[in-house]
Ligand binder design. Structure first.
Ligand code: FES
Length: 185
């Protein structure tokens, strides 16, 4: 069967090639897979996607293709997971992704103000990355800490509560220092 389209473009060349991972990363995948019965490897898909993201900063089609083969599931099933949860980055983002909760309970306690303040402070819009590549700002869904609003999450892992403007200033200054040190290490 021909793999070219009407204009002669080789469609095969557009297909992603599965990513390759080091033995160390494969061992981390194996640890996650071992947590489930051997006929339910797919249950490890979220953990494996998280590992890929920790390493590369985002998940792309080549990574999804690798995991589909590794976990014996369809590429679309992997893609459905990576696109359903907003913690997975499908493109390169800033070094620090900041998600500010803007669900209603947090809105009533300054969530939107915190997001606006961050936009002004960082000189960027919601959903965008700062020009220096350090911060990406995103709205977030309920993080289960409504009483601590305003709340935000840094890189999907570190929850920051009661984020007054003063605390936001401290957080951003601290993260900038980390980013600068990281650049020189
Ligand atoms: S609504 Fe923001 S943490 Fe629940």
């Amino acid at each position: 069967m021909s793999t070219t389209d009407k204009k002669g473009l080789d469609l095969k060349s557009l297909e992603p090639v599965p990513s390759e991972f080091s033995g160390e990363v494969l061992a981390r995948f194996a640890v996650e897979v071992a947590k489930y019965p051997s006929d339910q490897k797919q249950s490890a898909v979220m953990a494996c996607l998280s590992i890929v993201q920790q390493i590369n900063g985002f998940v792309d089609a080549s990574d999804e293709l690798f995991l589909s083969k590794y976990l014996e599931m369809s590429p679309m099933a992997v893609h459905e997971v990576s696109t359903f949860y907003n913690m997975y980055n499908l493109e390169p983002l800033g070094k620090f992704k900041i998600n500010v909760c803007t669900n209603l309970p947090c809105q009533l306690r300054g969530g939107l103000n915190a997001l606006d303040y961050l936009c002004d402070k960082l000189g960027t819009a919601v959903g965008e990355t700062t020009k220096d590549g350090i911060f990406t700002l995103q709205p977030g869904e309920c993080m289960g800490a409504c009483a601590d609003a305003p709340v935000l999450l840094v890189n999907d892992r570190n929850m920051c509560s009661f984020m007054s403007m003063e605390k936001i200033d401290q957080l951003i200054d601290g993260l900038k220092q980390v980013a600068v040190k990281g650049d020189h290490s």
